[in-house]
Write a protein that binds this ligand. Sequence first.
Ligand code: ATP
Ligand code: MG
Length: 424
Amino acid sequence: MVKALQAVRGMNDVLPDKIGYWQYVENIIRQVTLAYDYAEIRLPIVESTDLFRRSVGEVTDIVEKEMYTFDDRNGDSLTLRPEGTAVCARAGIQHGLLYNQIRRLWYMGPMFRHERPQKGRYRQFYQLGVEAFGMAGAQIDVELIAMNARLWQQLGLQDKLTLQINTLGSTQERAQYRDALRDYYSAHHAALDADSQRRLDSNPLRILDSKNPEMQALNAGAPKLLDYLGAESQAHFKQVQGLLTALDIAYEVNPRLVRGLDYYCHMVFEWVTQELGAQGTVSAGGRYDGLVEQLGGKATPACGFAVGIERIVALLQKQVANTNVLQAPHAYMVTFGDAAQQAGLALAEQLRHALPALSLRVDCSGGSFKNQLKRADKSGAQWVLIIGDDEVAQQAVALKFLRDEKPQQVLKQSELASQLQQLM
Ligand code: ATP
Ligand code: MG
């Protein structure tokens, strides 16, 4: 036998026994985005490498060490998208969706980062991204957070997640803060890890975002950005907090929250859980007023967030029994003999025509009656539809109830659709 091939490390198959969770999440995402009138946009998975260099930032984990970058056959440098915001902004600019306009968009799909695979951290993972363009005030920041909170509520996860917010201030305020951080860390140069030493000159804010536990004590003593904010930034942040309170959305201000991408400014937020170990951030976002201009569009205020779908699924798996989200057919058809196989397929087509909402599986394996019935039971179906030679001769079908104590019935084939409709 030839050796079977394996998936690429960190890239997962979602198998049918788990797909119910994914579809459940996807359906709720559709409901919730619709409730706020956000439009879906579908974006390519591959983009030119420059897009991410210019948006995410040269001195970030993503661009420095996580991107899947390759030259295509023309020698162009392409990258599997590591995140969606830059892609969405690129598409918005390219198609004139953003110019002097207000846009509310969402998308869902795979992202790619060459990270060390571990629980909750993969090399291909799925995100829901939600982006709002053209609105500068705190109102839209809070609409996004409220939408995110509604997502948790609809998924039944509201008790598992807490909201942390922070502000990064304006570009100028951040520049002043950067100098203060550089002074602070320079004074503790020996205590910095290799990554942080490298970042000291180029981007000391990134040091605050370090995942290295040995950096935590040092980071805790660092100057706080909140102390460097001007009146306007403070007012925006106050407004965000006032609106959150008015909507009864609990939050915590976390001054260490800086986010791993360069384009953020002013309000940033994360939803975190205690239930997933080290990979506790389930959703993250904030304002990115500079990005559209940075990518060649007209200056456009914008904000958004991204949710890690695997981490939601992991939370759901802990609390929703699989049977609640697993899809089972309503009915399972069993046929016995050549004539019955033909009659069964034809009847199944009639039923699907008459009852578009019916889920019906036909046992096409041609096994013994006993084995077909066993499979019917295993499928989770409510009813078995049985056709043998007798039924063919009488244009009948036997209806057996697998989950109720009702006796088996024999019906005319022509009556079955209306009978099933009453049962559904
Ligand atoms: P982290 O701090 O966990 O590395 P990040 O700041 O790199 O996260 P974002 O780029 O903000 O993450 O992505 C938003 C969300 O996408 C994260 O909160 C997480 O739920 C999910 N996510 C990010 N990277 C991964 C990954 N490698 N595998 C699975 N989910 C991920
Ligand atoms: Mg990361």
